[in-house]
Design a protein. Structure first.
Length: 438
């Protein structure tokens, strides 16, 4: 009964700490795989490297290799006990490298090489090859990386996002005074507006248009830089936040847990400089401790809303890996989703420089290495529960006496859901009786 009360309290006042439901089957599987599984961490190949592509195309998404971060992830996995970890580029030789390296599973740390919807290219190839991976599936990768598509999904789920429209110059110059969709989205609002690429990274090519009359030139500038759709959204004058969210499985010091809900953590407020209306590209101003501050849990409404929205996005979009969610408040402190980063920076924190995800770990009892193992274990948990045929070759690496798959069967999941429903009822009853604050 004491355990039920504790779980009820946690449900009413969610914590960023992982819960205490150890998964013995998953624990044994991960430990058994560490000395045997061959992993490939994939970073973005350079189209200018001979043999990378057949022909050069444009990049609608600002390109970066992310190779340094891929090496950080690989080093972390090795520290945790994985013995066979390689780092390879995404390019036209990817399938050959996976084959010759006898790779069992991949880890996506790439935004693509070139072309449209490049974030989906590597997961699409891996799906075709039958290589399981840590990362988003092709649909989610391209949805999250196309801000207009993501925001449309957000609207459909009933979650809050700032008013917006998207424009392609194939339809001609942008003329807001004659655009019925613009008037439908913004009404009598006359500015400021944020104008940005629908697909991009590091806040590159993001501008503020002060008035409606400024929009045509700013939209044209962003389009000329990217050759792709341009997003126009209402500028929000309040505080800017971000929060990370990943799957239900977490690992702490080698101990694996499966939580009832997606694990949201790292609620941070971005610190804007006096001359900044929006957060400047990390390419111009690296992420340091001066660029953010932790959200105080005593800010009850903001704290709980950030975590709730992050978990809701993870569930509503059926995500399969870590994202960082960016939000901004209006003048009345109401939160609105700006965008979701499908490949947030997983740089290992070091002296003076970090990433927003890495900085957010300070609010948890997880280390950087814990987070990396958590992402691997969470993906294995999902694959064993819902796509077991895709990891049959990985299960063959484990001696049969160490292989217990009972906790991944549908009947076990049904009983687990029933238990969680009971816990929720107990939590609500406890709240009504005044034991805990909502």
């Amino acid at each position: 009964m004491q355990n039920r009360a504790a779980r009820a309290e946690q449900r009413v006042a969610p914590s960023v700490k992982p819960e205490t439901g150890v998964r013995l089957g998953l624990q044994r599987i991960v430990e058994a795989l560490m000395p045997k599984i061959r992993l490939a961490i994939i970073f973005g190949g350079n189209k200018n490297t001979p043999g990378s592509v057949l022909y050069h195309s444009n990049n609608t998404r600002s390109w970066k290799s992310y190779e340094v971060v891929a090496e950080d992830i690989a080093a972390s996995l090795r520290r945790s006990g994985f013995r066979h970890v390689d780092v390879i580029p995404e390019d036209m030789a990817l399938s050959g490298r996976l084959h010759s390296g006898h790779v069992h599973m991949a880890w996506l740390n790439s935004g693509g090489v070139q072309g449209h919807n490049s974030a989906a290219h590597a997961p699409s190839m891996l799906e075709m090859l039958g290589v399981p991976y840590v990362g988003h599936d092709p649909l989610n990768a391209t949805t999250l990386d196309n801000k207009h598509a993501f925001k449309r999904g957000v609207v459909c789920t009933g979650l809050p996002t700032s008013p917006f429209i998207a424009w392609h110059m194939d339809r001609g110059s942008f003329e807001p005074e004659h655009n019925s969709r613009f008037k439908l989205a913004f009404g009598d609002y006359e500015g400021p507006f944020v104008v940005k690429p629908v697909s991009g990274r590091a806040s590159l090519h993001v501008h503020v248009a002060q008035t409606v009359t400024d929009l045509p030139d700013v939209v044209a500038e962003v389009y000329n830089a990217t050759g792709n759709l341009v997003l126009i959204e209402k500028y929000l004058s309040g505080r800017e936040f971000c929060i990370s969210v990943t799957g239900r499985v977490t690992s702490q010091g080698g101990q694996i847990f499966r939580n009832r809900e997606p694990f949201a953590f790292g609620a941070l407020e971005r610190v804007l400089q006096s001359d900044e209306l929006i957060f400047t590209s990390m390419d111009s101003h690296p992420i340091t401790a001066k660029r953010f501050k932790e959200v105080d849990p005593r800010e009850g409404k903001i704290w709980s809303e950030l975590h709730r929205i992050a978990r809701d996005v993870f569930l509503e979009f059926n995500l399969g890996s870590l994202i960082r969610l960016d939000l901004r408040a209006d003048k009345d402190n109401n939160l609105f989703i700006l965008e979701a980063n499908p490949k947030p920076d997983l740089k290992q924190p070091s002296a003076g420089v970090t990433s927003l995800v890495g900085a957010g770990l300070a609010q948890t009892n997880l280390s950087y290495d814990d987070l990396i193992v958590s992402m691997f274990a969470d993906r294995m948990d999902y694959l064993l529960r819902h796509r077991r045929e895709s990891v049959a070759h990985i299960l063959d690496l484990i001696p049969s006496q160490k292989l217990d798959l009972s906790e991944f069967d549908p009947e076990f999941s049904r009983l687990e859901q029933e238990t969680d429903t009971m816990v929720q009822m107990l939590a609500e009853k406890a709240r009504q009786m005044g034991f805990y604050e909502a």
